[in-house]
Write a protein that binds this ligand. Structure first.
Ligand code: DGY
Length: 322
């Protein structure tokens, strides 16, 4: 017997998750992608009457959409680690259960963090631009970047991703790892990281890695004032959420060489226009929110989001309740 009707928002939901659902529930896939103009209107038109939603979309799940979904809705499962696109108070107010998919993406996002860090510190964008434009003008002072060996790496938000980044960077002979966040992490001792206040982290780090959730406290944590406190050789890496950085301030800091470079997997808005000022900067290396985009990671995320739904509809605890 079916546990209920489940709407999967966005047709890119991996088959691994779909297979798991098909044994237990009646899944319906909404055949849109976020970038299609019709996608939000279609969500609103189609959402009524389901027992559960798999929110495989970056559209914000608001009180208005929950009202359209109807009072029978029991479960929302987001195929993401981040939950900043979900109006959690509105979900909780209605007694709806919410689950997400953390941990399984830690390795993939940590890999891309290291990639961004090297690309930004070693000026990949400028190098490729010179190669492609035929302006390759080698000299001993040409394209010199920043070292990782001997550096201080500051990780803002020392959860699973931050810790996975540290484990990878250990092989690069970093001199010192520091982190800041809401609480002491028991793993820090074994990993050799010291918790410091955020202002100290920004002041002392050669690499500032943003791996924290977007909250009221972290919104625009990197702003005109905090950028001024950083080293002018510092490299800022953001793999968390675009809004943690005040992009106008970052633009100014990069142009005026207050810091050396930035590497961004996340920006505001997404997608970012190709005409955005940050895109034009040689010392700003941007990739389009690809952190968790590996086949295996996305399959695991889909499977967990499906399991969260099935478990909740069976009246059991979700794998990752929020
Ligand atoms: C997440 O899961 O929050 C990631 O940002 C998606 O790639």
């Amino acid at each position: 017997m079916s546990l209920g009707r489940v709407l999967i928002v966005n047709k890119s939901f991996p088959v691994a998750g779909l297979k798991l659902l098909k044994n237990k529930v009646e899944p319906v896939v909404l055949m849109n992608m976020d970038y299609e103009p019709q996608s939000l209107p279609d969500i609103k038109d189609s959402i009524r009457g389901y027992d559960a939603l798999i929110w495989n979309t970056k559209h914000k799940l608001t009180g208005e959409i929950l009202d359209l979904a109807g009072p029978q809705l029991k479960v929302v499962s987001t195929m993401s680690s981040g939950t900043d696109h979900i109006d959690i108070p509105e979900v909780k107010k209605r007694g709806i259960l919410l689950g997400n998919t953390p941990q399984v993406l830690d390795d993939a996002v940590a890999d891309i963090t290291v990639g961004l860090l090297i690309a930004a510190a070693r000026r990949f964008k400028e190098g490729v631009q010179e190669l492609e434009s035929g302006e390759w003008k080698y000299g001993v002072q040409w394209m010199v970047g920043q070292d990782i060996a001997g550096s201080t790496v500051g990780i803002v938000g020392f959860g699973g991703i931050g810790q996975a980044v540290l484990r990878r960077l250990r092989g690069f002979d970093v001199a010192k790892f520091i982190y800041s966040g809401r609480s002491d992490k028991p793993q820090a001792k074994e990993l050799g990281a010291e918790r410091v206040p955020i202002d100290q982290l920004l002041r002392e780090s050669d690499y500032v890695i943003l791996a924290c959730p977007l909250t009221k406290e972290t919104k625009h944590l990197i702003n005109a004032d905090t950028l001024k406190t950083m080293k002018n050789t510092a490299v800022v890496i953001n793999i968390a959420r675009g809004e943690i950085v005040d992009q106008d301030a970052l633009y100014t800091a990069l142009v005026e060489k207050q810091i050396f470079a930035a590497g961004l997997d996340v920006v505001t808005p997404e997608p970012l226009s190709k005409d955005h000022p940050l895109v034009s900067l040689p010392n700003c290396y941007i990739i389009p929110h690809m952190g968790s985009a590996t086949v295996d990671t996305r399959n695991k995320m889909a499977t967990i989001s499906a399991q969260n739904v099935v478990l909740a509809l069976e009246g059991k605890p979700m794998l990752f309740p929020c």
